[in-house]
Design a protein around this ligand. Structure first.
Ligand code: FES
Ligand SMILES: [Fe+2]
Length: 308
């Protein structure tokens, strides 16, 4: 799968337990994610280089993942540190690894030239750094290419139609709205301080009430045909921890109702990827989408993009 180079949210931190390798498919690749004894995440290909079984079926021994088949052990750099029958390491036996980091309650994976991973920062939203904010989270899988999911969140003209009974009630699409566009992000600000912002390559946030209420989404490519969406509500108005579980249930419910309204239409898109949608007729409200397509293509065309 070809996507722009960059740091991608790929998993929620809560999904990655200590001492339990987790199998995932991302960017069309089978990967295993696991934690070192320090808690640091490691991402490797989910295929043992000895005889090809899934490493995710194995166990973790200190800072190595142990293949379930013959017990070969691989460290966080992918090098084989132990072949049980020789009782030695085998430096030439390696499993591909990917740079990983953990921030903001997510596991992030670097896609691109390995040498650039340390020099490039993960992106995040300044507004969500406020320590008073707490979040609830849920996720869903949509059977459609990641570009279609992202574009849906850059499209305000669908609000009074798909969301006529919820967030789109009374929204006037005929009022012209200006996007701010640059290489790193796409922003639409409303007069009341609300608005949304997408940061390349895969995170988005909506301001519902400045300073106290936000929605945040991460669009995680599973493969060409499916995308996992992590949806979070950040809020600061319920500080009493006894009420937090109830607020989480309500926030997740509201989020999933709105996202299901989106999903209903978005998964019906044809073609599957918006990059192939060269015959679509875009209107002024699609200006953010038009920019997104150009940038996504441009960034994917660089040599540092990853192709399976
Ligand atoms: S297949 Fe993994 S150790 Fe043999
Ligand atoms: Fe929507």
């Amino acid at each position: 799968m070809k996507v722009p180079a960059g740091w991608y949210v790929i998993l929620s931190s809560t999904e990655l337990k200590k001492n339990r390798p987790t199998a995932i498919e991302r960017f069309g690749r089978s990967l295993v994610v696991w934690r070192k004894s320090s808690g640091e995440p490691v991402i490797t290909s989910d295929q043992c280089p000895h005889r090809g079984v899934k490493l995710s079926l194995g166990t973790i021994n200190k800072d190595c993942i142990v293949c379930p088949f013959h017990g070969f052990e691989f460290d966080s750099a992918g090098s084989c540190q132990l072949v049980p029958e020789t009782k030695k390491s085998a430096v030439n036996l390696t499993v591909p690894t990917f740079s990983a980091t953990e921030k903001h309650g997510f596991i992030w994976m670097w896609l691109g030239e390995e040498a650039n991973s340390a020099a490039t920062q993960t992106h995040w939203f300044d507004e969500l750094e406020n320590p008073k904010l707490v979040y609830s989270e849920h996720s869903d899988v949509w059977p459609i290419h990641v570009t279609r999911c992202i574009e849906n969140q850059l499209d305000y003209a669908h609000l009074p139609y798909l969301h006529r009974n919820s967030i789109g009630r009374g929204f006037d699409v005929s009022i012209k709205r200006d996007f701010q566009l640059d290489d790193k992000q796409i922003t639409l600000s409303f007069k009341d301080g609300g608005g949304f912002q997408f940061k390349f390559p895969n995170i988005w946030r909506l301001v519902i009430k400045p300073g106290s209420f936000y929605q945040m989404l991460a669009f995680v490519p599973i493969n060409e045909q499916s995308t996992k969406i992590y949806a979070r509500s950040y809020q600061s108005f319920v500080t009493f921890s006894g009420l937090k579980p109830l607020v989480d249930i309500i926030s997740n419910y509201q989020n999933s109702v709105i996202l299901n309204q989106d999903k209903y239409a978005v998964i019906s898109h044809s073609p599957n990827s918006s990059i192939d949608a060269t015959n679509e007729k875009l209107y002024p409200s699609d200006h953010g989408i038009d920019w997104f397509r150009k940038k996504w293509l441009e960034k994917s065309a660089t040599t540092s993009a990853v192709q399976n």
